[in-house]
Design a protein around this ligand. Structure first.
Ligand SMILES: Cc1ncc(COP(=O)(O)O)c(C=O)c1O
Length: 407
């Protein structure tokens, strides 16, 4: 079978030891082996979110994708209170849509896809309306915008509102400090920057908030967050049958992240994203949002007028490279290139060379080819020094077969 290079925001190419972890010996999830596994994952998740007062926080793991974690929070913590969802893209809107199903007092503050969350507008709204809970997405994957957590967390706290954050595509790539950002609950999943397979997600939250769920109305059986908390607290178990091999894979990827160090991992991903971005700018491409607003996870690129995004994706697929197309209002207008998972610098070079070849070819066939892809047709190589500095040179020596290097 073909081995793909997944230049997507998830799924990702997983590390070899994560791949091996799903093949561990069979266990019964109602035996002590699973208790230990769950405890081990929980301890590591608290570290992932930089939690120092570990007695004040708990983490639960859910068999289900990132949406399961989001729905678990939104169906369990609101009761009949007022929740305000801040949105600047597809995934903010999804939070709103999930909340609406479970909570009649849900309101939405829209900022427009690709726009920054406006602090003054939020502050003004919080002053004028009774808002008990503020929910938002950290990394809005549909545009690539990284929304500010510390600022919005402080604002929520100042207005006595609980702060809930969807970290589905940022955890594992960005440094997130739950305590400093006053986050009561955050969600994430295994298959994005965390670096494992799809199928498990998790919620990290304050112990006192988990405790307070006991008295709230039950709006979901499978995703009842209190049940998850109660099970892990009392018997170190999940309420229903867990996807055990995926739990092993999650444990392994968390070990990998913590061994590397969260800041180091962030710096490494940032460096890869910067190389990709420089390379794509050299190809005459431009981006949907300002680079300083971008996460280290992906880059959202405007589709140049001389190529159709379906053609571009197909040409890349023929070279075993997978990218994303735009969602919703950005469909056909942008494509997205992820830089997470086990992609090497050689893979990035291979991607840029392949993209260059495809764009030059398509541009030369375009009816009105007055959109030069490159200022000149010179191929470039992108070398990374250990300091993270980037040097570009004209091509010459190194040959890269990226597929051979894929894990
Ligand atoms: C920010 C964000 N939230 C939620 C989701 C939904 O996650 P899943 O598709 O794993 O259910 C995604 C998926 O891409 C996402 O990027």
């Amino acid at each position: 079978m073909k081995r793909y290079l997944l230049f997507t925001p998830g799924p990702v190419n997983v590390a070899k030891n994560v791949r091996m972890a799903v093949c561990k010996d069979d266990i019964c999830h109602r035996e002590i082996d699973f208790d230990y596994l769950l405890q081990s994952i929980e301890t590591k998740l608290l570290k992932l979110f930089n939690i120092k007062n570990t007695a004040n926080y708990r983490a639960v793991v859910i068999t289900g994708s990132g949406t399961a974690a989001n729905e678990s929070i939104l169906s369990s913590v609101v009761g009949d209170k007022n929740i305000l969802v801040l949105s600047n893209g597809e995934f903010g809107e999804r939070l709103f849509n999930i909340s609406k199903v479970h909570n009649k007092n849900t309101s939405l503050m829209q900022f427009g896809w690709g726009n920054r969350l406006n602090l003054e507008r939020i502050e003004d709204h919080l002053k004028k309306h009774k808002v008990d809970i503020v929910a938002m997405v950290h990394h809005e994957t549909s545009t690539g915008m990284l929304n500010p957590l510390e600022r919005d967390g402080l604002l929520s706290k100042a207005n006595d509102a609980m702060f809930i954050v969807d970290c589905v595509s940022s955890a594992g790539a960005e440094v997130i400090d739950m305590e400093k950002c006053h986050i009561s609950y955050c969600s994430s999943s295994s298959s994005k920057a965390i670096g494992s397979y799809p199928g498990v997600s998790f919620v990290v939250g304050k112990t006192e908030e988990f405790e307070s769920l006991k008295t709230l109305p039950i709006k979901s059986i499978y995703l009842n967050l209190y049940n998850f908390y109660h099970s892990i607290k009392t018997i170190s178990q999940t309420p229903n049958t867990p996807a055990v091999p995926l739990f092993y894979a999650l444990e392994q990827t968390l070990i990998n992240i913590l061994n590397e160090g969260i800041s180091n991992r962030h710096a490494a991903l940032r460096s890869k994203a910067n190389i990709l971005r420089s390379g794509m700018l050299d190809l005459g491409l431009n981006f949907l949002i300002d680079q300083k607003d971008m996460c280290s996870v992906l880059t959202t690129v405007n589709v140049p007028p001389y190529i159709d995004v379906t053609v571009l994706r197909q040409r890349l697929r023929e070279k075993s490279i997978i990218i994303y197309e735009g969602k919703g209002q950005f469909k056909d207008r942008v494509f997205q290139v992820g830089s997470i998972g086990e992609l090497t610098y050689a893979d990035i070079q291979f991607f840029l060379d392949s993209l260059r070849e495809i764009l030059l070819n398509e541009n030369s066939h375009a009816e009105n080819s007055h959109h030069p892809v490159l200022p000149n047709s010179a191929k470039k190589e992108y070398y990374k020094f250990s300091t993270g500095a980037l040097l570009t040179t004209s091509a010459g020596g190194r040959k890269v077969n990226s597929v051979d290097q894929a894990v």
